[in-house]
Design a protein around this ligand. Structure first.
Ligand code: PEP
Ligand code: MN
Length: 362
């Protein structure tokens, strides 16, 4: 599958426009054999557009495998030669950018631990000045769209024309279901603010484990994301980093085949009319909800008045637990998840307290 008719640069241009764009490869390049075998087996699935591997690994704790380093770059070059697929690696410093470009890496990505640090992003951006290479920017580890936007701006200001985003979830203390909470609304908001940028989802780093990879990938595709970056390894359990979340190249091929690819839109008048009608119903219900919430706040203010006159505190934990318990029971019958009820009542409760507080201090 060696490139003959088109140059690698043209291939990258085509891949950039392809939907969905699929990136796969090991979390880390470990040995030459591992990189080449992964690449060959991924190419064989026919589902992969770009090969990835971490060469320098930003590890949370010292002592973990910190990447094979520059020595792994010729392996990526060789993987490209064998498969005809473009390659991408993570860069976090100017020197890494320079090394990656020396070895013809086709696409660079900025990792989550780099996006959080404007000094590092600027360092990478300065090294990119005058270079024509596509750059993917992962979301910062903390849920802050301004940091993510700042990184995009720094890279764009350096003259990089092709910029894409990678949604890899956000770190949160005590989270057990996901390694990194997806906080889908943040990816959606980032896409809304930057409709011209690609948005790739990284189910591997969101999930942190194999069993929910497909669910996360499907959700990303249902949200109209432009592609996926998924880690794969020839012997996942023995991977030197992120072993729990990696899958074999063959499983990757199978998984991509299992995803239901939906269209954002279709050209049917009937469909649009039906959708419009349902959307109007939603708008109507939202208006009613707001009315009811506003009434709820007026009552909260009356309670605030009453508490003020009797000189008691706003927050009474027992009463709050009672409200939640009641809501959980009702919610179960109404097909509303506990997660939603908790979030909704947290927000309503906060607003209520603010209203009562206003009265108390008036
Ligand atoms: C990676 O892609 O292997 C990686 C280190 O990811 P992140 O920056 O999202 O943690
Ligand atoms: Mn990884």
């Amino acid at each position: 599958m060696q490139q003959t008719s088109t140059t690698m640069r043209e291939t990258v241009q085509q891949v950039w426009k392809k939907r969905p764009m699929i990136i796969s490869g090991p979390c880390s390049a470990e040995t030459e054999e591992q990189v080449l075998e992964t690449a060959t087996r991924l190419a064989k699935t026919g589902k992969v557009d770009i090969l990835r591997a971490g060469i320098w690994k930003p590890r949370t704790r010292p002592g973990s495998f910190e990447g094979i380093g520059t020595k792994g770059l010729p392996w990526m070059q060789q993987a490209k030669k064998i498969t005809g697929l473009p390659v991408t690696v993570e860069v976090a410093t100017a020197k890494q950018v320079e090394d990656a470009l020396t070895f013809d890496v086709d696409v660079l990505w900025i990792g989550a631990r780099t996006t959080v640090n404007p000094f590092s992003v600027q360092d990478v951006a300065d090294a990119l000045r005058g270079v024509d290479v596509p750059v993917l920017i992962k979301n910062p580890i903390n849920p802050d769209l301004e940091l993510w936007t700042g990184a995009v701006e720094r890279v764009a200001k350096a003259g990089i024309k092709q910029i894409g985003l990678i949604h890899r979830g956000f770190s949160s203390y005590g989270n057990t279901e996901y390694r990194n909470a997806p906080m889908w609304h943040l990816a959606i908001e980032m896409k809304r603010r930057n409709p011209e940028l690609l948005m790739i989802n990284d189910p591997s780093h969101i999930s942190g484990r194999r069993d929910i990879l497909l669910d996360v990938a499907q959700k990303a595709i249902d949200l109209d994301m432009d592609g996926l970056i998924i880690e794969s390894h020839i012997d996942p359990d023995k991977a030197w980093s992120d072993a729990k979340q990696q899958i074999t190249p063959e499983r990757l091929g199978e998984m991509i085949g299992q995803i239901v690819w939906r269209k954002e839109d279709i050209n049917s008048e009937e469909f649009h009319a039906a959708l419009e009608k349902l959307r109007q119903q939603i708008n109507h219900l939202d208006d009613e909800l707001m009315q009811i919430l506003s009434q709820r706040m007026s009552i909260a203010e009356k309670i605030g008045e009453y508490k003020k006159n009797n000189n008691i505190t706003i927050l009474q934990t027992n009463r709050w637990n009672e409200i939640l318990e009641r809501a959980f029971k009702k919610g179960e019958k109404l097909n509303l998840s506990k997660e939603f009820i908790t979030k909704y009542f947290d927000a309503v409760h906060m607003e209520s307290i603010n209203h009562q507080n206003k009265i108390m201090n008036s």
